[in-house]
Design a protein around this ligand. Structure first.
Ligand SMILES: [Zn+2]
Length: 183
């Protein structure tokens, strides 16, 4: 939990973050030798979660880490099945949302209009940048527009968005099949 390590050549350990990982944070209160490496923003986020777990058991903290998609990078290229399994295994929504100060406050949750959705569908909505209240048709529209933006055929063969595109396709698969949304 110290200052930046300017010499670090790592990338931030938060999934999807491309910033250099110059700030380290211990992986658990009982394992202070093993570190995650984060950018400034994400070490702050991590520390907030860490603080939340002060006063809770090591098991709970470990469970959080085991379940936290955010702290492990998706493997590249990720197989559809493996990814599904990974999210299913987590069994909870975005840990930052659930475990953060806001997420644990029922009033805030109510205000944010969060309803109970299966974790895969919650994740899918996040990926599609869609809202709970949207109809399937609205989400589909959003999906199509994202695919259009991300597809290599649509942006001169640039494949840099491929991972994101795969995620988006996965996400729409979840919504398409879901009974949680109005048509
Ligand atoms: Zn980061």
């Amino acid at each position: 939990m110290s200052g930046a390590f300017e010499t670090s050549t790592r990338r931030c350990d938060k999934a999807g973050c491309e910033e250099p990982g110059q700030y380290r944070a211990p992986k658990s209160p009982r394992n202070l030798e093993d570190f995650f490496w984060f950018c400034k923003e994400h070490v702050r986020e991590y520390n907030l979660n860490w603080n939340y777990f002060q006063g809770q058991s090591e098991e709970e903290f470990q469970e959080f880490l085991d379940n936290a998609t955010v702290w492990d990078r998706p493997t590249k290229p990720f197989g559809r099945a493996a990814q599904d399994q990974k999210w299913a295994r987590h069994g909870i929504d975005d840990p930052l949302e659930i475990l953060g100060a806001n997420g644990t406050n029922p009033e805030v949750r109510a205000k944010m209009n969060l309803r109970k959705l299966p974790p895969t569908e919650r994740k899918a909505l996040e990926i599609l940048e869609a809202k709970d209240s949207w109809t399937r048709a609205e989400i589909r529209k959003q999906y199509k527009s994202l695919v259009k933006d991300l597809h290599p055929d649509m942006n001169g063969g640039d494949r840099s968005d491929e991972d994101r595109l795969q995620e988006v396709v996965w996400a729409w698969d979840q919504i398409k099949e879901s009974r949680s949304f109005r048509d």
